[in-house]
Design a protein around this ligand. Structure first.
Ligand SMILES: Cc1cc2nc3c(=O)[nH]c(=O)nc-3n(C[C@H](O)[C@H](O)[C@H](O)COP(=O)(O)O)c2cc1C
Length: 399
């Protein structure tokens, strides 16, 4: 998504500058082409040599330097950029740009560009709250400049409050959103993710190894592409993607009820969760004790509702349901049966016994099986990559 994008990183003299090194390193791993422009104050904190090494490009700071005989550096940089990101953005630099001052290379490039400019401000809380700074931010927003808001916490100066520069992963996420084509605007997509838990007594439950990573990756990708996403997830410790409506559930029954709230209006249901097929027949409201002389504990289980089959039966012609099959044997046979019995549009099947596939890992190896029996085998890939492929397939069918 950031492959070969020309990102100009403007670096100003704030203490959060140390995070910018990590940001540049992460952007390089995303194959972005990075050109750094530093202000004089920034060079008091970190030398241009460090930025040059991290970005693997010449660092720009000289207003009056020539790129080659014919080009003027600020014009050339302003033209070349796909986006200009200022991180950290000081109160001083924000103030200058809001007031039309172009007295260094960074402010001049920003003045000379028609490309998107994104600021990640970072400063002491009182400085951030200062009405002059706030007015400058409002003015810049009105003019179309974008902001990645600072977070709250303990600041480098020891104060507590708002002013921490957004984390590099948040900034990268923001840039990825910026470069993603919004081809799912107006579509409502429900994504389920993670395991469910079925209680045995107040302290015990049965569950499964689902981590929720696949469902969360799909929700993130769909939202990034402009869909209206409702993520319904069992217990996981994953971060909810920005812009996604989130519903936490514990049991399979709760998952079914939550989907029910949204299903009629939805265009797509992606069932990436692993809801428990069975639940204990009786819930003991007191903790089951270890009895002396009894070596075996038997628990009876009863069937939970089959969520995929339930919604498959209710599905209207313009709705699409995507299922997942995590199998340990007879992968194709089991997955194909599921498509038919549950009225799915396609199923993403994986053999969870394979290394690099299934639960708890960041990668997956899947086959996509369609209604007509066509099978597409995909190589091992990151779940985020697979999410893109699944969303592409959904988009094609919706069209
Ligand atoms: C140790 C230190 C830390 C600073 N941290 C910040 C900061 O986090 N945010 C900020 O807006 N200014 C900060 N400043 C003040 C800026 O460096 C100062 O306003 C400078 O003029 C900014 O210039 P620039 O915007 O051209 O980089 C700091 C100054 C010092 C000495």
């Amino acid at each position: 998504m950031l492959d070969n994008k020309n990102i100009i990183v403007g670096v100003t003299g704030g203490i959060a500058i140390y995070k910018t090194l990590d940001l540049i390193s992460k952007l390089k791993k995303e194959n972005a082409n990075i050109e750094v422009i530093v202000t004089k104050a920034a060079t008091e904190f970190i030398t241009p040599l460090t930025f040059q090494t991290m970005s693997q490009n010449k660092v720009h700071f000289d207003m009056f330097g020539l790129v080659n005989e014919m080009e003027i550096e600020h014009i050339s940089l302003a033209k070349k950029a796909d986006v200009i990101l200022v991180a950290p953005a000081t109160a001083n630099t924000l103030g200058k740009i809001a007031n039309g001052i172009a007295d260094n290379l960074l402010t001049t490039v920003i003045m000379a560009t028609n490309k998107k400019v994104v600021f990640a401000p970072a400063m002491n809380t009182q400085m951030y709250k200062n009405p002059i700074v706030q007015n400058n931010i409002i003015k810049l927003k009105e003019l179309g400049y974008e902001f990645i808001n600072p977070g709250e916490g303990r600041l480098a100066c020891g104060d507590e409050g708002t002013g921490k520069m957004a984390e590099p992963i948040q900034i990268i996420e923001y840039l990825k959103n910026l470069f993603t084509e919004k081809d799912l605007i107006g579509k409502k997509i429900i994504v389920t993710a993670g395991p469910t838990q079925e209680a045995i007594d107040p302290v015990r439950y049965i569950t499964n190894r689902s981590s929720g990573k696949m469902g969360y990756a799909i929700a993130k990708e769909a939202s990034r592409r402009g869909a209206d996403v409702i993520l319904i997830a069992g217990p996981t410790d994953l971060e909810v993607p920005d812009g996604v409506k989130f519903e936490r559930i514990i049991t399979t029954q709760e998952m079914l009820e939550k989907i029910n709230l949204y299903f009629d209006d939805a265009d797509v249901l992606v069932k990436a969760a692993a809801p428990s097929d069975y639940k204990p027949t009786h819930f003991s409201d007191k903790k089951i004790k270890k009895e002396t002389g009894i070596d075996k504990l038997e628990i009876d289980f009863e069937k939970n509702p089959d969520i995929a089959a339930y919604f498959g039966a209710r599905k209207k012609n313009n709705q699409l349901i995507v299922g997942f099959a995590a199998e340990t044997d007879d992968l194709y046979e089991n997955a194909t049966k599921k498509i038919q019995s549950k009225n799915l549009d396609f199923i993403v099947a994986n053999d969870v016994t394979m290394e690099g596939a299934g639960f708890e890992v960041d990668t997956n190896i899947v086959s996509i099986i369609y209604k007509d029996g066509t099978i597409e085998n995909l190589p091992i890939m990151e779940k985020s990559e697979l999410a893109k492929i699944i969303i592409d397939k959904i988009k094609n069918i919706l069209e």
